[in-house]
Design a protein around this ligand. Structure first.
Ligand code: ADP
Ligand code: MG
Length: 217
């Protein structure tokens, strides 16, 4: 039997994400304090808490698209920082791919990450190498596209996606910020990891770990 991802699984995943970013709040604020305004941990904590609560508040018959659109709205309303519209767009793109269904096949799930990465890239108009969360999301999406083309199992695809996101976040240390608040520092941003890329790698690794648990074939 092919594994599936249900609305209950999505609600559970958002609870895990909210817990993970809440635990990382102080560290993410510290990273943002170095090249930004020290609020990124709060933005992520409040955003994912709101997204998870918005999903919990839905009626039982809500679809995957309803959940992801509710997450987008919740995140956007809770977060005034620039990560707000970026994650909201990501969730809306995922909602479009998931559709008005109550479950999807697990092997469709990595495609949601590809859609989210593209949403973030187009909303923020940032490309790889500009020291933003795109430096974590885009390599993860590329790893997924490659893994899907090669017909790899979801657990392997998601392991590679998580590793690509972690390496991508690390690669921002050597970069000069040209987008967002930290671009004001110019060359002085070199030597510090981008907080949005660090949190994106964390988020992607939580998702990877969750979907690996579902991939039991
Ligand atoms: P703010 O910069 O408004 O305080 P946050 O602290 O929540 O917002 O998030 C900062 C992160 O947002 C940055 O580290 C970077 O990864 C990401 N970011 C900022 N601008 C962009 C953009 N145009 N495209 C993609 N990511 C961006
Ligand atoms: Mg900030």
């Amino acid at each position: 039997m092919t594994a599936a991802l249900t609305t209950a699984d999505v609600a559970c995943l958002f609870r895990e994400l909210a817990n993970a970013v809440a635990q990382a709040r102080d560290e993410l604020c510290r990273l943002d304090g170095v090249i930004g305004d020290a609020d990124h941990g709060i933005a992520m904590e409040q955003g994912f808490a709101a997204a998870s609560q918005a999903i919990e508040a839905l009626p039982a018959q809500a679809t995957l698209a309803d959940q992801l659109n509710a997450a987008a709205k919740g995140f956007l309303n809770a977060v005034g920082a620039s990560s707000g519209p970026l994650y909201a767009t990501a969730f809306m793109r995922a909602a479009k791919v998931a559709g008005a269904r109550h479950e999807l096949l697990l092997n469709e799930a990595p495609g949601l990450i590809v859609a989210m990465a593209e949403g973030i890239r187009s909303r923020g108009r940032a490309e790889i190498g500009e020291k933003t969360m795109v430096d974590a999301w885009a390599p993860a999406a590329a790893a997924i596209e490659q893994g899907m083309a090669d017909g790899l199992p979801v657990r392997e695809i998601m392991t590679r996606a998580g590793e690509a996101a972690t390496a991508g976040a690390e690669s921002t240390i050597a970069m000069v910020a040209t987008k967002g608040r930290s671009s004001r520092l110019g060359e002085r941003s070199i030597g510090h990891v981008d907080p949005g890329a660090a949190s994106a790698a964390m988020v992607l690794n939580v998702i990877a770990e969750n979907w690996r648990r579902h991939d039991t074939d």
